[in-house]
Design a protein around this ligand. Structure first.
Ligand code: SF4
Ligand code: SF4
Length: 412
């Protein structure tokens, strides 16, 4: 296992981080706890020391399972990263309540890497106004957290603003060879790194989509390489090739994937891909781009939209839905991200057809017409009902957590 250093603290982290968002599941859809615990402990035994979870993952089960996996002396060998969900925060007291509950769930007295979950410009404004910077300062001072950071799905401009607004130790961004110019992108990665932040990478394989099975056209290109690597290894190595990257999170839930990732993490040094290998990745990227439904580059020139539509975000989800038809989560994530569940509403159906974006778009995209298409396919009928169900699930999870804590408080 290779390790990289957190610039502000000198902490040494394994370049492969264990993402606990997609733990192995049972036939009925729950988390297969015994298998997940075995996998987590085996990864630790093989040098992984960074574990990323969140209250949202597996509706609270992820933190619970990780807490159990880290019993029997494993806690001391690792750093735990978990997150504050902005959508459950209505005031400063909620921040303390949620963090204290996470400490109990994870059976620990401190969180090593604490993130504000899935920040956008709007979510950051909300948390800032509720006193989140003071909360982080206090939690660091009293030892409940060691390092403060945030995870992020907005654009480069918003990332810069958030990076500059607090003394963060780290941030977590989506990055892979298809997202060089989407969300934070390469520019955001470099900006955060020049400000001394460790950068953790999520979705290095686009939710597993570029890991395979990949379209035949793509596999043919990979097969040209004299070095045999799986599409997943190519994707991970491309991210690790960037010296600005500290940890790459992989949502591993199959023993063979864990082994493969561990093997790659033993030799993926920064700047170790050859020019020929980088050219091969570029050709794969170009082919994926050709297979895309909408040629949006994610430049963000069209933003902000007066109706509140996240234009590049909606196109990105739409493209994912079309490039990877076997992936059933694209619509669900679209509704979560743009329907107002995890931030402000920004879905395609809000488009008022004003045409402002079309005058600016360097790709000359007929955005207003495309928005109708995106809305029809991604939202379908009954968006309001789908949103109610999602919000209801999150609300139930929050209330169930409160009741369980109250009950425990009375019986202990
Ligand atoms: S056409 Fe639609 S998406 Fe474009 S700026 Fe106007 S409201 Fe926003
Ligand atoms: S300006 Fe065009 S290419 Fe750029 S993000 Fe907007 S729609 Fe996409």
């Amino acid at each position: 296992m290779l390790y990289r250093t957190v610039p502000k603290t000198g902490d040494r982290l394994s370049i492969l981080g264990f993402g606990c968002m997609r733990l192995p599941s049972t036939k009925t859809g729950g988390v297969d706890e015994d298998r997940a615990i075995r996998q987590i402990r085996s990864a630790i035994d093989n040098g992984v020391n960074y574990f990323d979870t969140a209250p949202l993952y597996h509706l609270g089960k992820s933190e619970q399972v990780l807490g159990r996996a880290l019993a029997d002396g494993y806690r001391e060998k690792v750093r735990i990263a978990t997150k504050l969900p902005p959508w459950l925060v209505r005031g400063r007291a909620d921040m303390d309540r949620i963090l204290d509950s996470q400490l109990r769930t994870l059976s620990t007295d401190h969180i090593d890497y604490y993130l504000l979950h899935s920040l956008s410009k709007e979510a950051w404004e909300k948390l800032k106004n509720l006193g989140v910077r003071e909360f982080l300062d206090t939690a660091k001072k009293d030892g409940r957290i060691r390092n403060a950071g945030f995870s992020f799905h907005g654009n480069t401009a918003a990332l810069r603003e958030i990076v500059d607004a607090y003394e963060w130790e780290f941030c977590q961004i989506q990055y892979n060879y298809l997202d060089e110019h989407n969300q934070a992108g390469t520019e955001g990665l470099r900006y955060a790194a020049t400000k001394g932040l460790a950068v953790m990478i999520m979705e290095p394989l686009r939710g597993g989509n570029i890991a395979g099975p990949v379209p035949d056209e793509i596999q043919t290109i990979w097969d040209e390489s004299p070095v045999r690597r799986s599409p997943a290894e190519w994707g991970l190595r491309w991210v690790w090739n960037h010296p600005e990257v500290t940890v790459v999170l992989s949502g591993m839930n199959d023993e063979s994937h864990i082994e493969e990732n561990l093997r790659a993490a033993a030799s993926a040094l920064p700047d170790s891909l050859t020019q020929e290998e980088l050219a091969l990745v570029s050709r794969v990227r170009d082919t994926y781009n050709r297979l895309m439904k909408v040629g949006c580059t994610g430049c963000g020139y069209c933003m902000p939209c007066p109706a509140g539509v996240d234009i590049p975000g909606c196109f990105s989800s739409y493209n994912t839905h079309h490039m990877f038809p076997h992936d059933r989560t694209a619509k669900f994530l679209y509704i979560g991200r743009h329907g107002g569940v995890l931030g402000d509403t920004s879905y395609a159906g809000l488009c008022r057809q004003c045409g402002k974006c079309e005058k600016i778009c360097p790709q000359h995209l007929p955005v207003s017409m495309l928005m109708k298409e995106v809305s029809r396919e991604m939202e379908g009928r009954g968006l309001g009902v789908k949103l109610l169900v999602l919000k209801g699930l999150l609300w139930c999870y929050d209330v169930a957590g409160r009741i369980s804590r109250k009950f425990k408080g009375r019986t202990t």
